[in-house]
Design a protein around this ligand. Structure first.
Ligand code: URA
Length: 239
C-alpha cells in the first residue's frame, strides 16, 4: 500500500499534509527517512514511524452500526446504498463486510468487520448465537404465540425453527414484542410471525450474543467496539 495512503487512512492527516511531513524527513520506514509519498509499504511487516512515533497498523477492525432502513447489508450493489457506503472513506483499506444480514427494511444492531474467522464463528449454526429483535406486529400477539414459538414453528418452506423466546410488551391491534432466536434463516422473524398468521410491520435488532445496540448511535452511524465488547465477542467466537 502507498505510504501516504496508509498514513492518511490511519488519521495522520491529509495526503498533502503527509507529503509535506515526508519532505521534511518526519516519516521513516524501517529506520530510514522516506521522502517519496508513493513508496509502497507492507503495513504489517514494515516498521513505520511518524515523528518518531511507531504507527501501529491494526489488521482487523470491528464496528457496531445502527443500520437504518433502506440500506442493504451487503458490500456493494448497483442500485441501492449499502452499509459499506455509510462508512468514512478512511475505512476503505480495511475491506469491511457485515456479519450476517438484516433485511433492507430492518434497523438496528449490525456488526461490521474484516475478521473472516470471527464472522464465520459467530454465524455458525452450531454456535446458536442468540439475537434479540424488537418488533411491531399487525395483529394481537398472545400467550399462545409465545408457547408456539417456544415449541418451534413451521415456516413456509416446511422448516421447523428452533425455540424462540417471545416477550409480549404490548398486546394490541399493533402489538409490540421482543423475540430472541438462535438461528438466522432468511427473513426468519417475519416468517415466524407469518406462521402464526401475523405480520411484522417494523423490525429492529437489539443485540447479538453479548453485544447490545448502543442506543446513542443514531441511525446510520457506527463506532468501533470497546475493548470490553471485543473481548466478550472473542470469548464467544472461540468457545
Ligand atoms: N428476521 C427478519 O425477518 N429480518 C431480518 O432482517 C432479521 C431477522
Amino acid at each position: 500500500m502507498r505510504l501516504d495512503k496508509l498514513l492518511s487512512n490511519m488519521g495522520y492527516g491529509t495526503r498533502r499534509e503527509i507529503k509535506l511531513l515526508m519532505k521534511k524527513g518526519g516519516v521513516q520506514v524501517n529506520a530510514e527517512p522516506v521522502k517519496d509519498a508513493a513508496q509502497h509499504v507492507d503495513p504489517v511487516k514494515d516498521e513505520v514511524t511518524i515523528l518518531g512515533e511507531r504507527v501501529v497498523y491494526k489488521e482487523f477492525i470491528y464496528l457496531m452500526m445502527n443500520k437504518p432502513q433502506g440500506v442493504l447489508s451487503a458490500t456493494e450493489d448497483k442500485r441501492d446504498q449499502t452499509v459499506i457506503d455509510l462508512l468514512d472513506a478512511e475505512k476503505d483499506i480495511f475491506e469491511l463486510f457485515p456479519v450476517g444480514r438484516l433485511d433492507k427494511d430492518t434497523e438496528g444492531f449490525l456488526l461490521l468487520t474484516n475478521d473472516g474467522k470471527l464472522a464465520h464463528n459467530l454465524l455458525s449454526p452450531k454456535k446458536g448465537v442468540p439475537k434479540t429483535y424488537y418488533a411491531h406486529i399487525e395483529g394481537i400477539v398472545t400467550e399462545e404465540d409465545t408457547e408456539r414459538f417456544l415449541e418451534g414453528v413451521i415456516l413456509d418452506d416446511g422448516y421447523e425453527t428452533k425455540p424462540g423466546k417471545l416477550r409480549i410488551l404490548k398486546s394490541a391491534d399493533v402489538s409490540e414484542i421482543e423475540l430472541t432466536i438462535t438461528e438466522g434463516k432468511f427473513h426468519q422473524v417475519k416468517r415466524m410471525f407469518e406462521a402464526v398468521d401475523k405480520k411484522v410491520v417494523y423490525l429492529k435488532r437489539l443485540s447479538m450474543g453479548p453485544l447490545a445496540l448502543d442506543e446513542s448511535l443514531s441511525l446510520g452511524s457506527y463506532r468501533e467496539l470497546t475493548e470490553e465488547e471485543l473481548q466478550l465477542l472473542m470469548q464467544l467466537s472461540e468457545k
